[in-house]
Every structure is written in structure tokens, then in C-alpha cells.
Design a protein around this ligand. Structure first.
Ligand SMILES: Nc1ncnc2c1ncn2[C@@H]1O[C@H](COP(=O)(O)OP(=O)(O)OP(=O)(O)O)[C@@H](O)[C@H]1O
Length: 381
């Protein structure tokens, strides 16, 4: 924006202070990424930027953000961005800045005072739409302005990256893993660390260690919500999560058809055993809307409500049916195309239902999650 007024370095630096690194989510001026600012006589500006790694997949985006911010400063002519890469010392500095000086990474969500709500999405069996619900809720929450992460811990299915429409790999800065982001959602999947579609057959301690790493070594930033896509059924992963993040709450996804008693019993048993709170139930594939507007219920009806009722009795605290999501081609297509239905067809019946569930989750108070379990009473009754 050339105005005849010569641009000042402080104005350019102030503009750079508004540019955030897409992965780290902090201003580039705060994390040592601005190497130099040179204002030339012809009002053009040269900006030197340090990338965290040479293979940084976001170099183009960072360059564009910097160019745009600087070009908007009064008096600035052409903008040139020159990229450089941090050396080891600078990366260590960055890690310390983000992580503090701790030798061993800790799980931020397990620390007292953590403000991140952690929702572990579970189902009694596979194929009920657990990953679809996770990804859509995450995207809808991000749309509402929340900072959201998804950890795909479904070691059998890991479909989160596909459903979020990104095959980007995480980058690594020192021992920190930077999660890629799409549709405003940061995500990490076991699938990003395995070759192709090789199924992962980790069990027990190895799996526990992998989860611990994903929770501690990944730089998630200050999340409002972290959603965990658990493998179907109950087992090692649910127990590990409860140990690693005691405040995580369980969100149960079921279909109307599922044997309510069975699902509720298992989820309830896990919650009691791990002393976790059950956030609520989402019924998926509830009905199919026919062209004439009538509803067909291929999987029967009432499953979600029954699961919620039984869970309420099992844990002795109210468990709500948070919503019912109809069967819809747009939802499946959105998952396949990597654009969740809450974005591709937000006003479709499934898109609206999922957004309404996200709205319920969004208004829950930060930091209170899992604090009052009320389960001790149940254990003794
Ligand atoms: N409401 C719906 N309408 C149409 N298709 C759906 C709906 N919910 C899920 N699907 C489709 O059903 C298939 C299974 O869904 P998804 O992968 O989300 O289930 P899952 O419970 O996570 O399965 P797994 O745990 O085995 O990975 C996907 O192809 C998905 O697009």
C-alpha cells in the first residue's frame, strides 16, 4: 500500500506480530521466526523468515501470510520474503518457549488446571459412524471458533485424515510433533505414522506408550476441545486413555439397532471402572428421509434413548441423548471427499443434527469436564 509515507520497521514488525504460524498457532514474532526486516529506499520490504524445518509443508502458506500482512502496511511497496531454516539452537529455544524447560514431555490435558475438555468417542462395535461423528463434531466446533484437536486412536480404522480431507504428515521440531490442520481442526492419527494401509496390531503396553506419545509429544497448543476417536468396543485403549487423561469424558455413539443393554452395560462398566464421566449418547443412522418427506427407520428406533436411560441407571448420574443423526448420502460423501457434512451440507438433516450436538458441547464450561464424577457414590450403592 504505497501512500507516499515511508514505511517504518516498527510498523512492519507490528504487522508481522499479527501473523501466526499455522502449525504452532502463535505470532511468528513471538517464536523467533522473524530473521530480519529491511526497508529499502524504494519502499520495498525484504523480510527474512526462519522455518522450523527445511521440509516445512506450510512454507507457501507462511510466505503468503507474511506477504499479505506486510503489503497492508501504509507506504509499503513490493514485499519479498526470503526463507531460511532454524538451526538446532533456535529449535531448542523454540521448544523451551512452547514447552517450558521440562526434560520429559508431560500430557498437558492431565495437568491440574487444564482448560481443555477431552471427549473420548466410543462405540460398542465398528461401523456405527463413530469416526464420522467425531470428525463432524470437531469441524463444527472449530467453525464456532473453538480451538479443536482430534486424536485418531482407532488403531483398526484410522479414517480421520481421510474424513478431514488431508494426507499431510506431521512435522517434527526437536521432540515435538506438529499436527497438521484442516478445516480448522488439528489432527494426529496412527495412520500418519504407518506405511499405507498396514493395520496396526499394537496391544497393551506398546499401545499405551504410543497414546502417551501422541498426547505428550504432539504440540497441540491451547486447545478448547480434544476429541479422541477410540477403537470400537471397549478395551485397552479406553483404559489407557482413562489412565493418561483422568478428566476425559466418554461420548457414546450407537445406532438405533444396537442392543442397548449391551452397549450401555459395557460403556457403563468402563466408566465405573475408570471413574470417568459419561458425557452423553449420540444416536447415528436414526432414520432415512424418503423423497416424499416420510421417514424410514431401517435400523429400528429408540436405541439411543435406551442406551442413555440404562447408562443413567448404571452410573447413577443423568446421561443425556445429545442428538439423533439421520442416514444421509451427503454425510457419507462428505466423509469420502474429505469435507465433513457440517461444511458441505450444513443445513441438511444430518448436518443440522451434528451442528446442534456441537452447539450443546460448545456451551459447556471450560475446565469443569470430568471434575465432579459422582461415581464414588455409585460404586458404593
Ligand atoms: N448417518 C450416516 N449416513 C450415511 N452414512 C453414514 C452415516 N454415518 C456413517 N456413515 C458411513 O458409514 C461408514 C462407517 O462410518 P465410520 O467410519 O464413521 O464408522 P466407525 O464407527 O468409526 O467405524 P470403525 O470404528 O469401524 O472405524 C462410513 O462409510 C460412513 O461414511
Amino acid at each position: 500500500m504505497t501512500t507516499g509515507v515511508a514505511p517504518t520497521e516498527s510498523a512492519v514488525r507490528a504487522a508481522l506480530g499479527k501473523v501466526k504460524d499455522p502449525e504452532i498457532g502463535k505470532p511468528i514474532t513471538d517464536i523467533g521466526m522473524v530473521k530480519s526486516v529491511t526497508i529499502n529506499d524504494d519502499a520495498s520490504v525484504d523480510v527474512g523468515i526462519y522455518l522450523t524445518t527445511s521440509g516445512c509443508p506450510l512454507r507457501t502458506e507462511i510466505t503468503q501470510r507474511v506477504e499479505k500482512a506486510v503489503a497492508d502496511v501504509a507506504g509499503v511497496g513490493a514485499v519479498r520474503v526470503e526463507l531460511d531454516v532454524m538451526d538446532d539452537e533456535q529449535r531448542t529455544e523454540l521448544r523451551k518457549k512452547l514447552r517450558g524447560d521440562k526434560a520429559e514431555p508431560v500430557i498437558p490435558f492431565a495437568q491440574p488446571g487444564s482448560l481443555t475438555r477431552v471427549y473420548a468417542v466410543a462405540s460398542g462395535k465398528g461401523g456405527v459412524g463413530k469416526s464420522s461423528v467425531t470428525v463432524n463434531l470437531a469441524t463444527a466446533l472449530a467453525e464456532r471458533g473453538l480451538t479443536v484437536g482430534v486424536l485418531d486412536a482407532d488403531i483398526y480404522g484410522h479414517s480421520v485424515p481421510r474424513m478431514l480431507g488431508s494426507d499431510a504428515k506431521p512435522t517434527q521440531v526437536e521432540r515435538m510433533i506438529m499436527p497438521p490442520m484442516n478445516h480448522g481442526v488439528r489432527f494426529i492419527s496412527i495412520g500418519q505414522f504407518t506405511d499405507g494401509n498396514t493395520p496396526v496390531t499394537w496391544r497393551g503396553p506398546m499401545l499405551h506408550r504410543a497414546l502417551q506419545q501422541f498426547l505428550a509429544d504432539v504440540y497441540w497448543g491451547d486447545l478448547d476441545v480434544l476429541l479422541l476417536d477410540l477403537p470400537p468396543g471397549t478395551g485397552d485403549v479406553a483404559i489407557s486413555i482413562a489412565q493418561l487423561i483422568p478428566g476425559a469424558e466418554i461420548l457414546v455413539v450407537t445406532t438405533p439397532q444396537q442392543a442397548a443393554a449391551e452397549v450401555a452395560e459395557r460403556a457403563g462398566a468402563i466408566a465405573l471402572q475408570t471413574r470417568q464421566k459419561i458425557l452423553g449418547v449420540v444416536e447415528n443412522m436414526s432414520w432415512l428421509e424418503l423423497p416424499d418427506g416420510t421417514r424410514m427407520e431401517p435400523f429400528g428406533s429408540g436405541g439411543g434413548e435406551k442406551v442413555a436411560e440404562r447408562l443413567t441407571r448404571a452410573v447413577g448420574a443423568p446421561v443425556e441423548l445429545l442428538g439423533q443423526v439421520p442416514l444421509e448420502t451427503a454425510l457419507r460423501e462428505g466423509g469420502d471427499a474429505g469435507v465433513p457434512v457440517v461444511l458441505s451440507a450444513p443445513d441438511s438433516p444430518a448436518g443440522s443434527a451434528l451442528r446442534a450436538i456441537a452447539a450443546k458441547l460448545a456451551v459447556r464450561k471450560r475446565g469443569l469436564a470430568g471434575m465432579s464424577l459422582g461415581l464414588d457414590t455409585v460404586r458404593h450403592s
